[in-house]
Design a protein around this ligand. Structure first.
Ligand code: BDP
Length: 690
């Protein structure tokens, strides 16, 4: 058990358990002539049932008396009494219903049936009932995509799972079987797109040789309902097209992109479209020519529109020219452009206004652009949350963001309702996750990081899903079904997010990571070229106090939030303590709800974070024997690393902040074992994923 099989392991059930399922699924009933996708659904069910029940089902075109599992796609006839409203299911949805003689899995498309097959298997994998079923599933958004930040040389930006999964050098002639296994895993959680390369893009990805490689991948993914997308470097017309400008209003540039789109669709008729990072962190973009983001996005959108492609234009922008408050910049650049983007453009917004930090408030653009499709961008790879070794379940994080109330149209205007288009009547919708599947045998760099990929897919499918339920499904499918195992594991996963916040950036602190690789603490860093690259810019700690004043007396970033949030965040009394120092600069003596001073509370939080990880490790060590030794042992080793590093984070942070505050530690709290210089000297020159 090396983790390769992810949540699709299908180990044999005990005999008693298997009985009800055996009776329910004796025979897969499907028309003799099938599409490749329907064939995949049959194969998956055969594989799952054979594995779990120790008896392969038969496959037939006609039903018999009992135990039928009908796969019904499109106009094919439903078994009697199914009564499914097919029109309501849309292009990708499905229904699973118990009828006389068995169960029907029905969808308007073959891919919907494949999704339904995975769902049915999940019910068995998690030991749910498969009788009396009446399930209807329709995805919340259209585009559910993994963004790979993979470079053509197989390094991965912020990737901690080995080399890039794409072996560009051997493509298109050699198709690593892993590609198909990847596509299968994506389909199992309803993901329907991947963008292949880094947003810090290389124009070479758009040259004919690389498009052929991408086309080969598209061929593998197609039957699994996964479209491929490419990152488009804005200056590509100059770099590979020989033009002397990339100005989006220049007719030659526009013609170049049109011709490029035509060329791509010749090779990949169902190509999804482009993902673009422009005028951000040194990437070229329309502003280089005095144009705005809409000019740039619309040019690409016009090139793709005749083929049905879309543009995902990222809002992750911050400029060195106005460093007063980085958190305000994307909003300032994009909100005035509301309504100016073509229909096939999605503006892709990170979950928070800074950058995938352990905790951020939701991005104020959500709700502020009612005429523009806004796509959510989450990070699955844990760039700022301990890389692969730290156990941090991100499902809880994603849920926190999606369920946040923007008040855009009064109470109940959650981020989820903006992303799914329902609040503002938006047609095109999507969710992206910066993925972590690489060449490691376990795909994700650690066993528990698989849960983040899994949760991302399930939440992208259903923005209102409960992250705890998802964690439970995942633990059952990935490890074991015994409640005595599942309960503590799920509890540990749900607490893990708060633990990392506590030992890295408690009370709304942010961006305190070391320079470059973002591994380990660096709150003392203050000498980088751009002010907003420095941790000291974010914490603003001095002798008097700590925190970033984003109220009216400071940067007034609070004004980017709708009422009453602007007032809530603007008032120190009503700001949730977990975002306190995000919005306020406060004296060290400020009295917290606990009655402690802010200084004491900060120290306690750091200390508490370490204790939480310690507990997680103890919990896990109490579960030996429930799963295979191989995975169990690796998880123990990783939790030990996490505990050691949580301690490091705590000690280094306290040593630094104490050097600034000059205050004593609260009674009974252990001082850091080393002086500040010791922590400053720790370096990680070869940390992965820069
Ligand atoms: C930051 C990463 C950087 C990415 C950037 C982005 O540190 O490597 O290129 O985000 O999202 O988090 O474009």
């Amino acid at each position: 058990e090396d983790g390769y099989d992810l949540w699709l392991r299908y180990p044999a059930m005990e005999r008693g358990e298997a009985r009800q399922y055996k009776a329910a699924a004796k025979r897969i009933v499907v028309p003799a002539a099938q599409s490749e996708t329907l064939e995949l659904a049959v194969r998956e069910l055969e594989r799952g049932l054979a594995g779990m029940l120790d008896a392969a089902p038969s496959v037939a075109s006609d039903a018999k008396r009992g135990g039928n599992l009908w796969l019904v796609s499109g106009d094919a006839a439903l078994p009697q009494g199914a009564g499914i409203d097919m029109a309501a299911l849309g292009p990708e949805g499905y229904a699973i219903r118990s009828v006389d003689g068995g169960t029907v899995i029905a969808a308007n498309s073959d891919i919907g049936v494949l999704y339904g097959a995975f769902h049915f298997l999940r019910l068995m994998q998690t030991r749910e009932n498969v009788t009396g079923l009446d399930i209807t599933e329709i995805p919340s958004v259209d585009v559910r995509i993994i963004n790979h930040w993979d470079n053509l040389d197989r390094t991965v930006e912020r990737g901690y799972s080995g080399a890039s999964i794409w072996d560009w050098h051997k493509l298109p002639d050699y198709l690593d079987p892993r590609y198909e296994d990847y596509a299968r895993a994506l389909a199992s959680i309803g993901i329907n797109g991947v963008s292949l390369t880094n947003v810090n893009a290389d124009a070479m990805a758009l040259t004919p040789a690389y498009l052929e490689k991408a086309a080969a991948l598209a061929g593998v993914f197609r039957p699994y309902g996964v479209k491929i997308y490419q990152t488009a470097r804005f200056s590509a017309p100059m770099e590979i097209g020989g033009l002397d400008t990339a100005d989006p209003l220049d007719p030659e540039v526009r013609a170049w992109w049109k011709a490029k789109a035509d060329e791509i669709y010749e090779l990949i008729p169902d190509f999804g479209g482009f993902l673009v990072k422009a005028n951000s962190e040194g990437q070229p973009g329309p502003q280089d020519y005095g144009r705005n983001h809409a000019d740039g996005a619309n040019m690409l959108a016009d090139a793709l529109a005749p083929h049905g492609g879309i543009v995902m234009w990222r809002a992750f922008v911050y400029s060195e020219h106005n460093p007063e408050d980085r958190a305000k910049q994307a909003y300032a650049q994009f909100v005035p452009l509301d309504g100016k983007f073509r229909d096939n453009v999605l503006v892709q917004v990170k979950n928070g206004p800074i950058d995938f930090q352990p905790r951020e408030p939701f991005h104020p653009m959500f709700g502020a652009m009612p005429k523009t499709p806004l796509m959510m961008e989450f990070q699955i790879t844990k760039e700022y949350l301990g890389f692969a070794t730290h156990l941090v379940y991100l499902g809880a994080y994603y849920e926190e963001v999606l369920s946040a109330d923007t008040y855009a149209q009064g109470e109940g205007s959650t981020v989820a309702k903006i992303v799914d288009g329902s609040l503002q009547d938006i047609e095109l919708t999507g969710v992206a996750g910066v993925g972590n599947a690489g060449s490691d045998r376990n795909w994700s760099g650690s066993h528990f990081d698989q849960a983040n990929w899994y949760a991302f897919g399930r939440l992208a499918w259903d923005l209102d899903a409960d992250s705890k339920d998802i964690a439970e499904d995942w633990a059952r499918m990935t490890f074991a079904n015994d409640d005595a195992f599942v309960r503590p594991v799920v509890a540990m996963m749900m607490e893990s997010r708060e633990a990392v916040v506590d030992y890295m950036t408690p009370l709304g602190l942010t961006h305190l990571m070391a320079t470059g690789h973002h591994y380990g603490p660096g709150p003392w860093v203050c000498d980088l070229a751009r002010p907003e690259w420095n941790p000291c810019y974010y914490h603003k700690a001095d002798e008097e106090g700590i925190g970033f004043d984003r109220t009216a007396s400071g940067s007034n970033a609070v004004a980017q939030y709708e009422a009453p949030l602007a007032e809530i965040y603007g008032d120190v009394e009503t700001t949730p303590e977990n975002l306190l120092l995000w919005f306020h600069h406060l004296p060290w003596d400020y009295e917290m709800k606990s009655g402690r001073t802010l200084w004491d509370e900060l120290v306690m939080r750091y200390t508490e974070g370490v204790a939480e990880v310690h507990e997680m490790r103890e919990t896990w060590e109490g579960l030996e024997g429930y799963i295979d030794q191989e995975r169990y042992d690796q998880i123990v080793a990783f939790l030990k690393i996490q505990e050691k590093e949580a301690q490091w984070w705590r000690d280094a942070s306290i040593a630094y902040f104490q050097s600034v505050s000059g205050r004593p530690l609260p009674d009974g709290v252990a001082p850091p074992p080393h002086d500040l210089d010791y922590y400053k000297a720790i370096s990680h020159p070869y940390a992965p994923g820069h």
